[in-house]
Design a binder for this molecule. Structure first.
Ligand code: NAD
Length: 395
């Protein structure tokens, strides 16, 4: 079939296998161009490994140090009439490249929150790898079925206590207007914490420990975001912020159980991903942020962020550098005064008319389409392509 982007708001319902493969190869090439790491991991489990930060978290250890990786994700396989979701094609390409390089890779497409997937992953680790030394938790999901009570919880992106009014960008039309989001209920906070908090991260670590597949000195990392004050009501002080607080509490509990330094939260930069494009206000902030950081020469994508996470922290000679709350801060360049000051000045000015001059909205749009494999160099998008791309190892 000939595959074109079909976007609806912050969703694209098609994905291009060759474009996704080109993106994965670009990330691999970047990692290979970087200096060797002091302490590269050997056996890595990545939960949420098919797109965004998780995909890069699989590519970096595999191609920086030849690590064996097990990846878990929830993606749509292709059918006769429909393309797969992007994460499926990303994983198919990752596995092809890993196989060419002689690097072990095994993938699980299913619900990471379920006991079944945990059991299957553990059985594979036992049989193939023995133990794992690094666990990356990079899930972003709108819902979770808790296997203990069978109930499905839904996360929401809402402020707490009072309505939040802020500038907002309609990323389809390019119109900047204002949005008011009504505050959440107590139940919505609890549900968001259930989905995006650290409970499932702890369940994974406890299940892996019980099965005796964690190596001595195992490290685990989960991702968080803080961002500027202007997004605090919808992010850090909103429902998702409560979930991220819970992730930090989970890290503390894991450290108490498995020893200090086992679990760490890494606060990452705001980037265009499938998860972040769904958050109100954030796409406008990202468009301004990209403009400022690209001009300053310190813009990073997921792969540069995660390369830095491993080389400077997780796989460095001296271990991670942490802030006063015990977190790794690879959002340091985003949060620097030199970046935040001009972003805030532009925020005050930005409107529909000046959007393309003072922000990197075109970069935002390109990045968004790139998530689904569109706009890659060297890919002929007018050509027929077979959408039925298998993943070598998928269970
Ligand atoms: P993403 O949407 O690109 O990736 C989410 C991953 O989770 C995918 O691999 C998807 O398949 C998987 N997934 C979702 N539901 C699943 C399920 N039930 N079972 C198995 N796999 C499932 O998201 P992302 O932006 O890379 O986010 C990853 C983490 O990074 C999140 O914790 C997010 O809060 C954090 N983070 C994101 C940003 C950002 O700007 N994007 C910034 C800082 C931190």
């Amino acid at each position: 079939m000939i595959i074109e982007p079909k976007t609806r708001g912050f969703i694209c319902t098609t994905a291009h296998p060759d474009g996704c493969a080109a993106n994965v190869r670009e990330q691999i090439d970047y990692v290979k161009s970087q200096p060797a790491m002091a302490n590269p991991p050997k056996n890595v489990l990545v939960i949420g490994s098919s797109t965004g930060y998780g995909l890069s978290s699989r590519i970096v250890p595999a191609f920086a140090g030849g690590a064996s990786t097990v990846g878990v994700f929830f993606e749509k396989p292709p059918t006769e009439r429909k393309t797969a979701s992007a994460g499926w094609y990303n994983t198919a390409a990752f596995e092809e490249e890993a196989e060419k390089a002689g690097i072990y890779a095994k993938s699980f497409n299913g619900d990471a929150f379920s006991n079944e997937i945990k059991d299957q992953v553990i059985a594979t680790i036992k049989a193939d790898l023995g133990k794992i030394d690094t666990v990356v938790y990079s899930l972003a999901s709108p819902r979770r079925m808790d296997p203990t009570d069978g109930e499905t919880y839904k996360s929401v992106l809402k402020p707490i206590g009072e309505p939040y009014t802020q500038k907002n960008l309609n990323t389809e039309s390019g119109v900047v207007d204002e949005i008011t989001i009504e505050p959440c209920t107590e139940e919505e906070i609890a549900h968001t914490v259930k989905v995006m908090g650290g409970e499932d991260w702890e369940l994974w670590m406890n299940a892996l420990a019980e099965a005796d597949v964690l190596a001595d000195g195992v490290k685990t990392v989960a991702y968080s975001y803080i961002g500027p004050e202007l997004t605090f009501p919808i992010y850090t002080n909103g429902t998702i912020g409560k979930a991220k607080e819970h992730v930090e509490e989970s890290a503390a509990r894991l450290n108490e159980k498995f020893g200090d330094g086992t679990a760490v939260v890494s606060v990452n930069k705001a980037l265009v991903t499938q998860a972040s494009s769904a958050i109100p206000v954030v796409p406008l902030y990202i468009s301004l942020l990209y403009k400022v950081m690209k001009e300053a020469g310190n813009h990073e994508g997921c792969i540069e962020q995660i390369q830095r996470l491993f080389s400077d922290h997780l796989a460095s000679a001296n271990g991670p550098t942490i802030d006063e709350k015990g977190r790794i801060r690879i959002d340091d360049w985003e949060m620097s005064e030199a970046v935040q000051k001009p972003v805030h000045e532009k925020w005050a000015e930005v409107n529909t008319e000046n959007l393309s001059q003072i922000s990197d909205f075109s970069g935002y749009r390109d990045e968004f389409l790139k998530l689904f494999g569109f706009g890659a160099q060297g890919v002929d998008y007018s050509a027929e392509v077979n959408q039925e791309k298998p993943i070598i190892s998928v269970s």
